[in-house]
Design a protein around this ligand. Structure first.
Ligand code: BV8
Length: 251
């Protein structure tokens, strides 16, 4: 486990990047489990679970509305831009799987993105009567006394994967296909995780999938998380500083 910042050798390699809330921290978006993390103010079960939404949809809509408001004021940082730059260089040899719902990767120019946990600026009918839709509304329902409802009578909810909910199968299939292609063709695979505490599953298990596919595993994080030993190489520091160096890109 060497903590170096020499650029990765990505010639003839497939690169899959996995990001967590730490990559957006330098853009001003609070992480989940750091000192003043998002969950500090709320019990996860109360604001990020179907049970929480069923029991207090107003609290949940206020939580997500505040995060929509906050995220709209934030801009991508050098870490987001470095990931978008390496995608332009590698093309279909690149895939980004993000746990983040803030949309900043796409704002930075990333296109080959799988938003594993959904998107803050998308809502859907809880009954699934129609496709998710772009929605920047901030439903401070308490002030107006009503909750957003669908034409079918169902409740409108954030298009977010809550705890206890399955991730979208098409997203997991897209990530698996990337690992599988590298494995089947004996291509060199690099798995780079950045800004994640590695505690939320199934995203946390993807480093093991990369190792099973014979991949090299690299971690960029402010501090060593619990699963640090799963990585061949660890570069501790701010992702906005480390990622441009490690990916060898100007941002
Ligand atoms: C599911 C949406 C099937 C909400 C989120 C197996 C074992 C154990 C538990 C489980 C398991 N399988 C399923 C579970 C249960 C659960 C789970 O994993 N629980 C954990 C907490 C134990 N998983 C699920 O429920 C998943 N569903 O598996 O379905 C199923 C169904 C029923 C029962 C069983 C299985 C659904 C998971 C998705 C939950 N939704 N988000 C929202 O965002 O509002 S997860 C939430 O945590 C966010 O998406 C966030 O991204 C994610 C992970 O957190 P991180 O991104 O890592 O953020 P964190 O703050 O933790 O860490 C930040 C890191 O960055 C820190 O290390 C810090 O040092 C670093 N950092 C800070 N600044 C910087 C930095 N690094 C670099 N630079 C900086 N500047």
């Amino acid at each position: 486990m060497n903590d170096t910042r020499t650029p990765l050798d990505l010639r003839d390699s497939d690169l899959i990047v996995m990001t967590g809330a730490g990559v957006s921290a330098e853009s001003g978006i609070p992480t989940f489990r750091d000192g003043n993390g998002l969950w500090e103010q709320h019990r996860v079960e109360d604001v990020a679970s179907p049970e929480g939404f069923a029991s207090d949809p107003v609290l949940v809509w206020k939580f997500y509305s505040l995060r929509r408001e906050a995220a709209k004021q934030c801009a991508p940082n050098a870490g987001h831009r470095a990931i978008a730059a390496i995608e332009r260089r590698l093309g279909d040899r690149f895939l980004l799987a993000t746990q983040n719902v803030d949309g900043l990767h796409r704002v930075a120019g990333s296109e080959r993105v799988v938003e594993l946990h959904g998107n803050l600026f998308t809502s859907r009918c809880d009954r699934g009567c129609s496709a998710p839709f772009a929605d920047e509304q901030t439903y401070f329902a308490k002030s107006r006394g009503e909750l957003p409802r669908c034409r079918c009578g169902g409740a409108i909810r954030p298009h977010i994967v809550w705890f206890g909910e399955m991730l979208f199968p098409e997203d997991l299939q897209r990530v698996e296909a990337f690992f599988d292609r590298a494995e089947r063709h004996g291509r060199r695979l690099v798995y780079l995780a950045a800004g994640t505490s590695g505690v939320v599953w199934p995203a946390a298990g993807m480093v093991q999938r990369a190792r099973a596919a014979g991949g090299d595993t690299v971690l960029v994080n402010l501090e060593a998380p619990a699963n640090v030993h799963a990585f061949d190489r660890v570069a501790l520091g701010k992702s906005g500083e480390v990622l441009p160096q490690l990916l060898g890109v100007e941002v």
